[in-house]
Design a protein around this ligand. Sequence first.
Ligand SMILES: Nc1nc2c(ncn2[C@@H]2O[C@H](COP(=O)(O)OP(=O)(O)OP(=O)(O)O)[C@@H](O)[C@H]2O)c(=O)[nH]1
Ligand SMILES: [Mg+2]
Length: 321
Amino acid sequence: MELAERIRAGSQVSLARGLTLVESRSDAATELLAEIWKDSGRAHVVGITGPAGSGKSTLVSVMAQEYVARGKRVAILAVDPSSAYSGGAILGDRIRMTELAGRDDVYIRSMASRGATGGLSRAVLDGIVLLDAAGFDVVILETVGVGQAEVDIISVAHTVLVISVPGLGDEIQAIKAGLIEIADVHVVNKADRPGADLTVRQLRESLRLTPRAPHQWNVPILKAAAATGEGVPELLDTAAEHQAWMARGDGLGEVERRNAATRIRWAAEALVADKLRSGHGGFDDAVEALIAREDEPREAAARLLTAMAVDPADINGRRTS
Ligand SMILES: Nc1nc2c(ncn2[C@@H]2O[C@H](COP(=O)(O)OP(=O)(O)OP(=O)(O)O)[C@@H](O)[C@H]2O)c(=O)[nH]1
Ligand SMILES: [Mg+2]
């Protein structure tokens, strides 16, 4: 497919088209992903989450500038953004955006959850494959940390930064949002405001209470001020250290294995659903047998699955979702 080639070659127009296909979960997206999969697997996926208004989008744009200054190609994927991004443009921070706009080493894209969050997780995971295959060294994924769906989405990242801000009350927002467990790095943003050190202490205390195996990554707590750029270089250094730590360990560890397992599960489900829809393997007979009470549903399903040998030649050019 030509589209895959153009994406590989770095065309942002083609990339945008590919991401739209992925977002709408079309058959063309399934084919595109099959073609481009082997070109992915190089990007460092950095997730950023935290409460609304904690400065995530501001931080992401400053981080992107710093990555670019370090010679990296960087893509930003903002999931279900509220105000600061819109249609791929950052509205809340026009000056910074201007610096990032129109460069071929920076790409910014929003994805909104239209209805089902399961569909969104999938679009995000597939979107990362496209951005990765397009040659971006870093993919920054921004979500608002408000619930399990968002936790699931951000967990596809290799390195998860959880943002807190000072002065939002005694209780740490990260704890409330259930984000303590998934943080690889804690960032106390808006450190230019009073109370940042208190927030750091509270986070440190709650980390002490989180049991941790001896060889586990030691979750750092960093202070930053996205508004001035303070602490951002250290943030990038720490993210790189985490990536290196993961690479030193067993492959890219748990994250890659979990994502790969999810993909195979999705693909298998799609293949089976396809076969069933096409009435393959005596599906209609099974329906009749069930109505006649000659069979029970689970056994009928097991028999259908056994009869359902999926021939790889079968799926070439055929839809799998
Ligand atoms: N004082 C101060 N303000 C900041 C800092 N970083 C961001 N802000 C401000 O905080 C507000 C929210 O910033 P955003 O970057 O939109 O925050 P967000 O977390 O992306 O917000 P949502 O996407 O709506 O959840 C803006 O007015 C920023 O200018 C900082 O380091 N210090
Ligand atoms: Mg935002």
